[in-house]
Design a protein around this ligand. Structure first.
Ligand SMILES: Cc1ncc(COP(=O)(O)OP(=O)(O)O)c(N)n1
Ligand SMILES: Cc1nc(C(=O)O)sc1CCOP(=O)(O)O
Ligand SMILES: [Mg+2]
Length: 223
């Protein structure tokens, strides 16, 4: 089974994918999300992880506030890692990695909600496809400050390799992506970019998201 969305719709959602948790933000996370949505973020992932991450009721409250902001903007809301949280609050989907629950089991648990899976190799991408993933997160493309246990930097070559080897699933590049790097990520075959710090640490979140969106559009049109 795949999600309620077509692959083409999924590709559109992946274009400017904000990944965010309170740990990543200099200012109030809900405000950052609202600014990013105003700038045209197309998908939002709640990733409450790392030193000082919220737990319990405060974490739930933040998730709900971000979900409401996404609903009002008509943008799907994805939960990272925590399937129970996603099901409890009625999120639009989940993102899991290779060290998280098995994708085929998660697909069964979440029905036709969106399922994103991290893949670092062509083999992992093939397995995730068979197990019902709707999209792949490929990274880290560049060095990242936002994930302590990130794999070795892969460069855009991994995206090119995945496409060359016949991986057709919608795909997003992640890790160290800045507006200047968007073009290379898209032209090598990604449908979009997933970004934490370049947005959450930006002095102007809305303008940064607008710029990334513009770069994704230009690169996908070959401009
Ligand atoms: C869009 C996207 N791609 C990759 C990841 C990383 O997932 P994972 O490997 O499970 O690592 P954590 O984010 O859970 O630390 C992601 N979250 N989103
Ligand atoms: C959450 C995450 N996953 C990665 C992977 O390689 O799978 S890299 C990463 C962190 C991305 O944050 P930033 O945009 O600040 O580099
Ligand atoms: Mg994970």
């Amino acid at each position: 089974m795949s999600s309620r969305f077509s692959a083409e719709q999924m590709r559109q959602y992946l274009r400017m994918y904000l990944v965010i948790g309170s740990v990543n933000c200099r200012e109030e996370p809900v405000r950052v999300v609202k600014e990013a949505l105003a700038g045209g973020a197309t998908l939002v992932q709640f990733r409450e992880k790392g030193p000082g991450a919220l737990t319990g009721a405060p974490m739930l409250e933040l998730a709900l506030q971000i979900q409401v902001a996404c609903r009002l903007a008509g943008v799907p809301f994805i939960v990272n890692d925590d399937i129970d949280l996603a099901l409890t609050i009625g999120a639009d989907g989940v993102h899991i990695g290779q060290d998280d629950a098995l994708a085929s089991v998660v697909r069964y648990q979440i029905g036709d909600r969106i399922l994103g899976v991290s893949a670092h190799t062509v083999e992992e991408a093939k397995i995730a496809t068979r197990q019902g993933a709707d999209y792949l997160g490929i990274g880290p493309i560049y060095p990242t400050i936002s994930k302590d246990d990130a794999h070795a930097v892969q460069g855009t070559g991994i995206i090119q390799e995945m496409r060359k080897q016949g991986i057709e699933l919608p795909m997003v590049g992640i890790g160290g992506i800045t507006p200047e790097r968007v073009s290379d990520v898209i032209t090598t075959g990604a449908d979009g970019v997933a970004v934490i710090s370049a947005i959450t640490q930006a002095t102007n979140v809305r303008k940064t998201v607008e710029l990334i969106n513009r770069k994704v559009n230009q690169a996908s049109m070959g401009v």
